[in-house]
Design a protein around this ligand. Sequence first.
Ligand code: F0G
Length: 415
Amino acid sequence: MSDLSLGGEPPAVADDGVWLACVECGATVAPFDDVVYRCPDCDGLLEARYADYPTFDDFDGSGVWRYAAALPFDEGVSIREGDTPLYEVPDVAAAADVADVRVKHEGANPTGSFKDRGMTVGVKVADRLGVDRLACASTGNTSAALAAYGARADTPVLVLLPAGKVAAGKVAQAALHGARICEVDGNFDDCLDVVAELADRGEAYLLNSLNPFRLEGQKTIGLEVLEQSLAATGEWPDRVVLPVGNAGNTAALYKCFRELVAAGAMDETEVPKLTGVQAAGAAPLVEAVEAGRDHVERWDDVETKATAIRIGNPVNAPKALPGIYETGGTAVAVSDDQITAAQRTLAEDGVGVEPASAASVAGLLELRERGAVGADERVVCLTTGHLLKDPDAAADAGGEPTPVPADADGVLDAL
Ligand code: F0G
């Protein structure tokens, strides 16, 4: 891997040993004096930096806050997020035919997706900054998580959703947790443009993954994957395969690994290969990786049944592309049919996921088919959201109910 650019002396702006650094120009910013999302000098993405990086001995307790030594605070606005299972999946393993494959099921978080890990940190930052409204654009899961964590913190939440393109379970969550829901006549990328402008005008605190503190919480996925893999198999995985939308998790996992290397807890040669999967109808990052580019070109028209990753402008690409390149990973696009097939295979292992989540397994199978993933590899696939997030997709992928009369013989006849 290249220069990790972590650690060193805290600059004058450091606050409690935490500061923000621009990934483009290296400028540093105080994190908690004013609200800041992007570099004031060059508009680049910001990343949290610390005076010290912990090793595995510094972690204690369970869930996201087990990893407090790697986070900006000792505790957050918590609904007991994290500590999700790493499953053995025999049916997926048979299809993938690799040395070891496990599924890290982030659908087991309190609101049913990995977003909770980011929100427990991000909403705490909002609390410290004293903001009076939280906001996000969302393909659904971010809005569900922000609604729940905002409710927990007693702070009003505004969510902008692409009209008609968000799965039913997610809208229901945002509604019940009391968020103000605005349906935008446009896609997710349009929603993010609008909410970013509202945030710039000071109308709300932005909690999309553009917010560097969201990714601090999501970094704990990587720490759990490493600890759980070691406990289960005695080894760390060679590769982590994950669905990509805004590329926040890809960026967060790369940061997790760089920090472990900086702390001396992991050797550069041990860093798992980050492997991103997009739906073929929304694959600007895959396009960039296939062309070897260091930036993505926005897709204005995107379509896939995996609505969670129906995104044409992955805002975290400047952080995520180096993660893919420097770890020796890759990116691959899969069709909606491949996603549905993978969703069914996971279901046969008892793991219920929404379509976007199944993209990781579909991507692994595609890469095996192409010979790009070796039979000797130990792989972890991330499944990012619960089956019930998108009940319509689950019903479509599953079997049809049979109408029967209300008597036992009638049921047996139908069987
Ligand atoms: N999987 C699920 C289930 C998601 O909800 C998302 C993103 C992703 C994968 C992609 O993750 O952005 O870190 O690459 N959902 C966002 C939302 C965009 O609004 O809920 P990423």
